[in-house]
Design a protein around this ligand. Structure first.
Ligand SMILES: NC(=O)c1ccc[n+]([C@@H]2O[C@H](COP(=O)([O-])OP(=O)(O)OC[C@H]3O[C@@H](n4cnc5c(N)ncnc54)[C@H](OP(=O)(O)O)[C@@H]3O)[C@@H](O)[C@H]2O)c1
Length: 307
């Protein structure tokens, strides 16, 4: 059974031939690629840079579909753009409709339909189900999930914290991540393979900052990644990235007006940009990381090296 995406791209069949390979058409319609049985296990068999009849782009996500939460800007949009650049179609989510429209236009400037959006808060169960259904309806598959959306409304000592704010942080940052992963697992990943990326933070590795609820949620996310690494194998991998300060709206208060001063503490003497996290995240999602699961990759310009 061949599936068809909204861009008219023939997508891989669910049935696998006896050689264990799925043959996929490149979106350009030029030639097939052969994937190993899980579709995610044997990087040597996939085309790399220049692999598409001389094309100078690595299309290792060609024919694949990713759902990314909180992807209208910053780290999430960066990962979405990297995946699209490498051939994926994407479903992005966020709460603000105008930002979704703008991000879709950025990801798909030619209007081919390879980027679509679903509006809602990451912890809303109806929205979660609708976004997963959208991926399957539009593209016929869901190979990758990126749990990126997070909130940070609590500041100050946890001993003084409003517990409803703490609950909301844990709901959006942790419980919703599990919920999205359950839905993607049941809808596609369990039977077809794929990979998941959680966006954690170096805050989840160290104690003592005034954003204790957020950091606790990120520590939980790092452990959730380990736990699910055990549960989702062997066909599905799940990993996390733990960035330090990346220049986005979310982190602006941490560096605006004093970027050089903040960057001085980083051995690499600069703050992160969304491309840094996008490249690291895409690596963990890709077949290049086919023997890595349950891990958290610190992406921090070296700032945590000193303890
Ligand atoms: N930037 C850093 O320095 C840094 C460092 C470590 C980790 N991180 C992590 O990186 C991730 C992304 O952060 P960022 O810096 O890229 O932030 P950002 O630039 O502010 O982008 C956040 C994105 O998430 C969406 N979003 C926020 N709350 C949401 C919710 N409840 N439901 C659905 N979408 C929501 C936003 O759109 P709407 O507002 O329209 O919903 C936006 O698309 C977060 O998990 C954050 O904890 C960031």
């Amino acid at each position: 059974m061949a599936c068809s995406s909204s861009v008219g791209v023939p997508l891989p069949s669910l049935a696998r031939p006896s050689d264990g390979c799925v043959r996929r058409a490149h979106p350009s319609g030029r030639g097939d690629i052969a994937e190993p049985g899980s579709g995610y296990g044997h990087p040597g068999e996939r085309p790399r840079g220049g692999g598409w009849q001389g094309e100078d782009v690595d299309q290792d996500f060609a024919g694949r579909v990713a759902l990314l939460t909180g992807a209208t800007r910053g780290i999430g949009l960066g990962i979405a753009q990297e995946l699209v650049n490498r051939g994926a179609s994407v479903v992005i989510t966020a709460r603000k409709p105008n930002d979704l429209e703008q991000a879709v236009a950025e990801l798909d400037p030619d209007g081919t339909g390879r980027a679509v959006s679903s509006r809602g808060s990451a912890d809303d169960q109806e929205h979660q189900a609708a976004a997963v259904a959208l991926a399957l309806d539009r593209f016929g598959r869901l190979d990758h999930l990126v749990n990126n959306a997070a909130i940070n409304p609590q500041y100050g000592a946890l001993m003084d914290a409003d517990l409803s704010a703490v609950r909301k942080v844990l709901d959006v940052n942790v419980t919703a991540t599990l919920a999205w992963t359950q839905l993607a697992w049941r809808a596609w990943l369990r039977d077809n393979g794929g990979s998941v990326l959680n966006v954690a933070s170096v805050g989840g590795l160290r104690a003592g900052s005034p954003i204790g609820a957020y950091n606790t949620s990120k520590a939980a996310l790092i452990h959730l990644t380990r736990q699910l690494g055990v549960e989702l194998g062997p066909t599905v991998r799940i990993n996390a990235i733990a960035p330090a300060v990346v220049k986005t709206t979310f982190a602006r208060a941490l560096y605006e007006g004093r970027e050089d001063e903040v960057a001085a503490a980083y051995p690499l003497k600069r703050l992160g940009v969304p491309t840094d996290t996008a490249k690291a995240g895409a690596f963990l999602l890709s077949d290049d990381a086919s023997w890595i699961t349950g891990e958290t990759l610190v992406v921090d310009g070296g700032v945590t090296l000193g303890g």
